[in-house]
Ligand binder design. Structure first.
Ligand SMILES: [Mg+2]
Length: 273
């Protein structure tokens, strides 16, 4: 049990997604990303713009991402080529410095692990846009961390078995991706809180035993322990992060605890909390 100034917290670690979690989906970065993916698919697979849209949706559904789908289907695509096209041309200028978010992140007493499917360059550009130092995070788990096998440049030796022709791309929402992040974070998943805007990712987190918070949505999902409309509502939605007073029966503290619980029910929507 982690203690902060006499207050106990239910969590030892926070796993935090980047895109549409640390900044609002209303900036349209994800929309721009989808358009770039479709252009990439159209060029790479030689399909029309209309077909590229349905192909992107199908690859996302079946393989978790377009890149994973392209590689699984045998297309010769290097992740760096894909990311430089799909992320390199994003309208990063829409992301403005967010000193309140920076303050919020710095106030979180637990270890903070960024857990994103995006590549390292994208992480860097988004954090720069938000005015947040990478050091705000204890560790960054991103595409390259999850997929070191795709960047192995060692010369192939004829005496060693050849690697599989279609290496697997490890990304959320696969269980392997979540388990890898948990292992790298080095904390008991039951005492780790996972924040993400994707219902699929939250469900995968729950399956691995994490406590889960769906960010940016009002909808309730079965796999989410909490839901919050914005990361900026974190302290109202999940005050337990900063510790909670031990409840003492028969004292004034009881009434205070109940009142604070009622306040949190009113201001937020904890689900199965
Ligand atoms: Mg996201």
């Amino acid at each position: 049990m982690m203690e902060f100034g006499g207050l106990r917290s239910s969590f030892d670690c926070l796993l935090i997604d980047l895109d549409d979690t640390l900044y609002s989906s209303s900036l349209g970065i994800a929309q721009a990303c989808k358009r770039n993916i479709e252009e990439f698919l159209a060029a790479k697979c030689g399909v029309s713009a209309e077909k590229a849209c349905s192909l992107r949706v199908e690859l996302f559904r079946s393989y978790g991402s377009s890149l994973a789908g392209l590689i699984a289907l045998g297309y010769d695509v290097h992740p760096d080529e894909y990311h430089s096209f799909v992320h390199g041309l994003l309208p990063y200028e829409r992301i403005s410095p967010d000193p309140q978010l920076r303050e919020l992140l710095l106030s979180i007493p637990q270890a903070k692990i960024m857990f994103t499917n995006s590549d390292r360059k994208h992480v860097k550009r988004v954090l720069e846009g938000l005015g947040i130092e990478e050091e705000c995070f204890d560790r960054i788990v991103c595409f390259e961390t999850l997929n070191p096998h795709l960047f192995d440049t060692k010369e192939e030796s004829s005496t060693l078995p050849r690697p599989p022709a279609t290496p697997e791309v490890i990304l959320k929402p696969s269980i392997t991706a979540v388990e890898t992040a948990v292992r790298l974070a080095g904390f008991d998943p039951r005492r780790a809180l996972f924040l993400d805007d994707s219902e699929r990712n939250i469900a995968a987190g729950k399956a691995v035993g994490l406590r889960t918070a769906l960010v940016g949505k009002r909808v309730k999902t079965k796999a989410a322990d909490y839901s919050l409309e914005s990361i900026m509502n974190l302290s109202q939605a999940i005050p337990e992060i900063w510790g909670e007073k031990e409840k003492k029966k028969g004292t004034l503290d009881d009434g205070l605890a109940v009142r604070s619980e009622l306040d949190s029910v009113r201001s937020t929507t904890p689900i199965e909390a």
